[in-house]
Each structure stands twice: as C-alpha cells, then as structure tokens.
Design a binder for this molecule. Structure first.
Ligand SMILES: NC(=O)c1ccc[n+]([C@@H]2O[C@H](COP(=O)([O-])OP(=O)(O)OC[C@H]3O[C@@H](n4cnc5c(N)ncnc54)[C@H](O)[C@@H]3O)[C@@H](O)[C@H]2O)c1
Length: 258
C-alpha cells in the first residue's frame, strides 16, 4: 500500500521519501518484514516517475524516526504530507492465547510508530502553518473482530490519536485524518499467520474458498487493491480536502459503514 501511495504522489509531481524497516524485528526475527533490498528496489522502480529518497527506518525507534524526518527536510526543505503506513500481522490468535509480546509489537508498530511519525511531522508542519497527516488505520479500528484483539486495539488507538491531533492542529493549518481500508489484497494478508491462513483455518476451508466467500460478503463483491487506498490518500492531501479533518474514511467496498 505504501508503494502504491508513493506512486500516486509521484504521478502528481510530488517528491517522495519512501521508508520501510531495514532489518528483521528484534522481537520477532522470523516474521517476514520486507527483505533488506525491498526498499531500494521499490525506490529504483519508482525513480522513473520522479524524485524518490529511500530511507530505512524502524518506526518504533524514536531516534530513527527523527532521523527520517531530518533526512526528508534536508533533501526537500519541508514535509507537506505524512502517510503512516507501517503495519504487520502478528498474534492473530484467540485472546486467551495472545502473548504480551505479540500484543506489544502490534501496539509498538501500528500505534506508537504512528504517534512518533505524526509527532515529528507536526513539529515541522506547525511552524509553517500547513500540513497533512494521514494514517492508514483499518476497518478493524472501528469494529472489533475475533482473533484481532491486538491489531484492532492498535487501530482504535490511531483513530483516537487522529481525532486528538486534528482538534489540536486545526488552528495551525494542519489536517489529520485516518483511512480505514477493508480487505486489500497485499502481502500483509497472505503472510504466514496472516488473515488468509488464520481465518481460513478457523473456518476449516482452503484459503481459496475462504477468499471467494469473503469477496461475496463485500458489497462491492471484490477485494480492494492498494490503488483504492492511494486514491483516498491523494484526496485527503488535496486542496479540496482542506476542511476535512479528524475523519476516519472507510475504503472497504461497503464492508464497514460507520
Ligand atoms: N491489507 C489490508 O487488507 C489492510 C487492511 C486494513 C489496514 N491495513 C493497514 O495498511 C497498512 C499497510 O499494510 P499493507 O497491507 O500494505 O501491508 P504490507 O505488509 O505490504 O506493508 C506493511 C509494511 O510495513 C513495514 N513495517 C513493519 N514493521 C515496521 C516497522 N517497525 N517500521 C517500519 N516499517 C515497518 C513492513 O516491512 C511492510 O513493508 C498497515 O498499517 C496495515 O495494518 C491493511
């Protein structure tokens, strides 16, 4: 999703700083975060569209996040738009089996990571009196679901963060919004222990059968694609959205309606 969002902004003529974690997570070394060359490869592929600066950063690390924003300002002089997009699928288990470690990594990456990036962005946007902060939350940030306690809690957290920051930063010309994607076909769902494997297993179905049934339950009768989310990010960053703040915009094909 982050890559598709970067591509959309590049196509509008913007300069982009693209970031991803540069090494396996210390707390979960077996979890497939993006491989080490993923970021440089993505940046090289996007480079033809416009300026892309790849900067490796673990969003849970305060110093690395500060360095990421310093690098962006050093390269481009300012930050107009932040899109928080880091995420993972760990600990999709019944809550009685959810370990503290799995709970913590969800909160660290998706809630604390979003906070650290949003804070660094705000520190640079407020003095300029302009900026857009966009966080990719989830439909799981609006409605809880079985096996998603930690993930869902982290996504509810960023919607609260979004609303509080929107209330604070409106007078400084900074809008703060969340996007709540539904089922978007990305590696996050397909990863070992992710949504496809876990929910098809719980239903006693093959992953293919699970996916077909799920698509039939979505009013739009399809899964989303990263471009659906990128289009929402472009809208929230646009001049036309200057009066939209504190919003959590569903991009779910009708799966979530509040
Ligand atoms: N795919 C979906 O259906 C869906 C639905 C709702 C919300 N989301 C959210 O959308 C966002 C993007 O997810 P995606 O589907 O593109 O998944 P993805 O796995 O393709 O991308 C997530 C990226 O986050 C990176 N990441 C993980 N930990 C990090 C860390 N500590 N620091 C920096 N980067 C880190 C991963 O390396 C990966 O490249 C996530 O926040 C996810 O929770 C996804």
């Amino acid at each position: 999703m982050g890559r598709a969002i970067a591509e959309s902004f590049l196509r509008l003529g913007d300069a982009v700083v693209l970031s991803d974690v540069g090494a396996p997570l210390a707390s979960h070394p077996d979890y497939e975060v993006a491989p080490p060359d993923h970021l440089s490869q993505a940046a090289a592929e996007l480079d033809a569209l416009g300026p892309v600066l790849p900067v490796a950063c673990d969003v849970t690390d305060e110093e690395q996040v500060e360095a990421l924003f310093d690098a962006a300002v050093a390269e481009h002089g300012r930050v107009d738009v932040l899109v928080n997009c880091a995420g993972l699928a760990i600990g999709l288990t019944p809550v009685t089996e959810l370990t503290l470690r799995d709970w913590q990594v969800n909160i660290d990456v998706m809630a604390t990571g979003a906070f650290l990036c949003a804070r660094e962005a705000a520190r640079r946007m407020v003095p300029r009196g302009a900026g857009r902060i966009i966080t990719i939350a989830s439909q799981a940030g609006k409605t809880g679901m079985p096996l998603l306690a930690a993930y869902s809690a982290s996504k509810f957290a960023v919607i609260g963060l979004t609303q509080s920051m929107a209330a604070e930063l409106g007078e400084h010309g900074v809008t703060v919004n969340a996007i709540c994607p539904g089922t978007i076909d990305t590696p996050l769902l397909a990863v070992q222990g992710g949504v496809y494997q876990t929910f098809s297993g719980a239903a006693g179905r093959s992953e293919d059968e699970y996916r077909r049934r799920l698509a039939r339950q979505i009013p739009a009768r399809r899964f989303g694609v990263p471009g659906d989310v990128a289009a929402a990010a472009v809208y929230l960053a646009s001049e036309g959205a200057s009066f939209v703040t504190g919003e959590a915009l569903n991009v779910t094909g009708g799966q979530e309606m509040h």
